[in-house]
Design a protein around this ligand. Structure first.
Ligand code: FES
Length: 77
């Protein structure tokens, strides 16, 4: 099963941490050799910037993502 990770690339989420989060996700996938199973894409701003940075994994939305939360979430991938 392919996991789809969408990272909000709107300016607010990007500035609040998704730039770093995206790098972290890419590294994680590379380290674990998951590139065949995981696809990363950008998402557009959905005017939920106040709960950003947002990341959506298989249509489930995660908000206020920081590195610690990301570490937890990526264990599910
Ligand atoms: S920038 Fe991500 S919801 Fe607006």
């Amino acid at each position: 099963m392919t996991t789809e990770i969408k990272v909000c690339m709107g300016s607010a989420c990007f500035a609040k941490g998704n730039q770093e989060n995206l790098e972290y996700i890419k590294e994680f996938i590379e380290e674990k050799g998951l590139d065949a199973e995981v696809s990363i894409m950008g998402a557009l701003c959905e005017n939920k910037c106040e709960v950003g940075p947002r990341i959506i994994i298989n249509e489930k939305e995660y908000t206020k993502i920081n590195k610690e939360k990301l570490e937890e979430i990526l264990q599910l991938v």
